[in-house]
Design a protein around this ligand. Structure first.
Ligand SMILES: [Fe+2]
Length: 270
C-alpha cells in the first residue's frame, strides 16, 4: 500500500462494519501502519513528541503511558491517519499511542469517535457492547462534549469479546461501550481516532463562515460601560437585538444557504 491509500480488503471489511458493529481484522495492522512498532520506537516517539503543541502525554508511572495525538509529532503516523480519514470520509483523524507496563486498563467507557485499535506488542482482551443501554440524554451530552460524560458499564447480555494480538486491528464504532485489559504486562497499541462530525458542528461551521462575510458585523458594539445612563444602555441593547434579527433573516436567504452548503461540503462532505 501507499500512504495515501488503505488496502482494498481492509477498506471493504471496514465498509461492511462502519457505524454498525465492531470487527476484528486479524493480521491487518501492516495494511494500516506498514511496519510493526517496537517498544524502542515508543521510547523514541515519547522523547520526540515531548513539547510538540497539541500532543498530550498522560501517565501512571510504571503502569501506562498514553500519548494523545502523537501523530502531530510524527509525519508517518499523520499520513497513515489521513489515509483512514479519506476512506472514512471524515475531515481529519489522528493517532493515539498507548504503552502499558502492567496488566492495566482504563475502565469501560464510550467515545464520540470511530476508533481503530492496532495492536503492536503484547496481548489485550477487549469487551464491547452496543450503545443501546445508554440513555438518550447521555448520548446527547457526549456528542455535545459535556465534561465528565463517557463512563458506562458493558452490557453483559450483548457483550462481544476479542483478544488482540500483535498485528491485529479492531474497529470500535462510535459510542460503543468498550474496555481493554492487558493479558501481558507489556503492551503497545496505536489507535487511529476518527472524531465524529455532528449536525451541530457542521451547521455552526456554515453559519460562522456566512456571518464572517457580512461587513456590517465587523465593527465594535456600542459601549455598555457602567457610567452610561440607563437610556443609552437600553438603546445599545435594542440596536444589538435588531442587528441580530436582521442577520438571522439574511441567513435564510438562498444565497446565504448556498454559501453555507458550499462551506459544509468543503469541510465535511467531500
Ligand atoms: Fe476508548
Amino acid at each position: 500500500m501507499t500512504m495515501d491509500s488503505v488496502d482494498v480488503t481492509v477498506s471493504e471489511k471496514l465498509a461492511g462494519a462502519w457505524r454498525q458493529h465492531p470487527v476484528l481484522l486479524r493480521g491487518a495492522a501492516q495494511h494500516l501502519l506498514g511496519s510493526q512498532r517496537s517498544y524502542e520506537w515508543f521510547d523514541e516517539l515519547l522523547a520526540r513528541t515531548a513539547g510538540v503543541p497539541g500532543v498530550d502525554v498522560h501517565r501512571r508511572d510504571g503502569e501506562v503511558t498514553f500519548i494523545e495525538q502523537a501523530s502531530l509529532g510524527d509525519g508517518e503516523l499523520a499520513a497513515r491517519a489521513a489515509a483512514v480519514a479519506r476512506i472514512a470520509g471524515v475531515p481529519s483523524a489522528w493517532c493515539d499511542v498507548i504503552r502499558t507496563y502492567v496488566k492495566s486498563g482504563i475502565g469501560s467507557h464510550f467515545d464520540h469517535s470511530d476508533n481503530l485499535v492496532i495492536q503492536q506488542q503484547g496481548v489485550k482482551s477487549w469487551r464491547l457492547s452496543p450503545p443501546d443501554s445508554l440513555s438518550k440524554d447521555t448520548v446527547v451530552a457526549r456528542y455535545r462534549g459535556d465534561e465528565g460524560v463517557g463512563g458506562a458499564e458493558i452490557d453483559p447480555s450483548t457483550v462481544i469479546e476479542y483478544d488482540l494480538e500483535p498485528g491485529d486491528v479492531m474497529y470500535i464504532p462510535l459510542m460503543w461501550i468498550h474496555e481493554g485489559v492487558g493479558q501481558t504486562d507489556d503492551s503497545l497499541s496505536i489507535s487511529i481516532v476518527c472524531p465524529v462530525v455532528t449536525a451541530y458542528t457542521a451547521v455552526m461551521a456554515g453559519v460562522a463562515a456566512a456571518l464572517r462575510q457580512i461587513d456590517a458585523l465587523h465593527r465594535p458594539l456600542e459601549p455598555m460601560a457602567s457610567w452610561m445612563e440607563d437610556g443609552a444602555r437600553e438603546r445599545a441593547e435594542q440596536r444589538l437585538a435588531l442587528v441580530t434579527g436582521k442577520v438571522l433573516e439574511k441567513l435564510t436567504e438562498s444565497s446565504s444557504q448556498e454559501y453555507m452548503a458550499q462551506v459544509q461540503r468543503r469541510r465535511y462532505l467531500s
